[in-house]
Design a protein around this ligand. Structure first.
Ligand SMILES: [Zn+2]
Length: 454
């Protein structure tokens, strides 16, 4: 393509941005709960965690807010004693008292805790040893005020992402607090199971399977990264993928043949990265700041005010593997999921012979040049600007995998990523895991790989 048009497209893209069985706890005669825990080997190999927390919720839709009772059955699978547990209130990153907690108990008894705007530290009455369990009970309300950004209300549509209290993730023996950076995803979650009764008169757009009678919706999920929903009425279309999930697209104005494109992208990733375990994938057009798309477990928000191109769709779908099935610390190592989502979208467009693939390949190498000497494994707040963040993390992050491909070939790169999916499904990975695996499997030098991120 002509140089001028490449430059124009480059500027346009940069300016748009792209984010582009488990058992039930059993109540014993003495009133305590225990988990009939399934061993690691019964499910996909999970090297660090042996069981998922289960979130039981009763939710009443009071129109201006949701009123909820939450019991979290939590097993200490961290392999170390815990003296406290941190609960994060993610919606409170974006506004005051969006989530309000009214009572908190451990094993049905009062407990000492310290409240902050966006988190609560619970001081455990007894040290929790590895494999010990507790029930954390909270009453809370989630309010939908005028504030709106991924979470919130517009017209009569309610975006339920980031909306409930959640046990904080843990990295290097510390609970992780979230910190709002509007142009990034400054949160991530440990995989959990959700069993939810929701009472509402509104329509539901849900990637999670449910049954309903009247206004009573009953959900029971597989292990998922986050439980997000949309409530309200939008026209939907859906189509079942052969041997795959049902794809649904809800919108005021079905702008593109999203569902057809999605099927093709979906089949490509299933073959390259491994099967998608869930029964549905939901797209919803919503207004959004900063992003063309935003990923949640089984659900993708698309910015209704922007043109959605196929690269963006492919990027967002890739997050179902790299964010949702295999997670990472998005506050310190966002290059992992964003780099992989961009690399995956690039590979899809390349496979289809779309010119955008060649253009992106140029961007990736331009970013590598521009950001040489600028380490991309860094805290979100240490990026000087939103533009700098996008170029460095999204483009240089993808370039890492293009360089790996040059070292070991395309087929082995996909084999490796598939192996990571298989080995770390429902887990959190980090830069070290990715690099060490490449060093061991392909006899590469760790220093050469680290250099690509510096
Ligand atoms: Zn993304």
């Amino acid at each position: 393509m002509k140089k001028l048009s490449i430059i124009i497209l480059f500027l346009v893209i940069l300016s748009l941005g792209f984010s582009y069985l488990i058992p039930l706890p059993q109540k014993g005669n003495d009133g305590t709960f225990s988990f009939e825990a399934i061993s690691k080997n019964d499910m996909a190999s999970r090297p660090t965690r042996s069981s998922f927390p289960i979130y039981y919720m009763e939710i009443e839709d009071a129109n201006t807010h949701l009123a909820a009772e939450l019991d979290i059955f939590f097993i200490n699978s961290w392999g170390e004693p815990l003296d406290d547990i941190q609960i994060n209130l993610p919606a409170n990153m974006v506004g005051v008292n969006n989530i309000e907690v009214f009572s908190l108990k451990i094993n049905n008894k009062s407990v000492n805790f310290k409240s902050y705007t966006d988190k609560i530290i619970i001081y455990l009455p007894h040290t929790m040893m590895p494999e010990d369990t507790v029930i954390i009970s909270l009453s809370f309300e989630t309010h939908f005020k005028s504030n709106f950004t991924r979470f919130g209300k517009y017209d009569e549509i309610y975006l339920l992402s980031l909306w409930y209290p959640v046990i904080a993730p843990r990295i290097k023996d510390n609970w992780v607090s979230f910190q709002w950076i509007p142009h990034a995803d400054p949160y991530f979650f440990e995989t959990a199971i959700f069993e939810i009764n929701l009472y509402t008169d509104k329509d539901i757009m849900s990637p999670h399977p449910y049954t309903h009678t009247g206004n009573h919706y009953r959900f029971k999920t597989l292990p998922i990264r986050d439980f997000s929903l949309v409530m309200g009425t939008l026209a939907g279309i859906n189509r079942k993928i052969y041997n795959g999930p049902e794809i649904s697209y809800y919108s005021r104005d079905h702008r593109i043949d999203l569902v057809t494109n999605t099927q093709d992208v979906f089949n490509f990733y299933s073959e390259k990265f491994g099967p998608y375990p869930y029964s549905s994938l939901v797209f919803v057009d919503v207004p959004m700041d900063y992003f063309k798309g935003m990923e949640f477990s089984g659900m993708i928000f698309l910015n209704e005010d922007q043109i959605i191109d196929l690269f963006t769709v492919a990027h967002e779908i890739a997050h179902q593997w790299w964010y949702s099935l295999v997670g990472n610390d998005q506050l310190n190592e966002s290059w992992i999921d964003e780099g992989l989502a961009n690399y995956a979208a690039y590979k899809y467009c390349q496979e289809k012979g779309l010119p955008v693939a060649d253009i992106f390949k140029i961007y990736f190498s331009l970013a590598e040049n521009t950001y040489r000497g600028f380490p991309i494994v860094r805290k979100l707040q240490d990026f000087p600007s939103a533009a700098n963040y996008r170029q460095a993390v999204y483009l240089k992050g993808a370039n890492f995998w293009i360089q790996v491909e040059e070292m070991i070939g395309e087929e082995e790169t996909f084999n490796y990523l598939r192996k990571i999916q298989n080995q770390y499904q429902y887990e959190i990975i980090d830069t070290e895991i990715l690099i060490q695996g490449l060093v061991e499997d392909y006899d590469l030098r760790a220093s050469d790989l680290h250099k690509l991120l510096k």
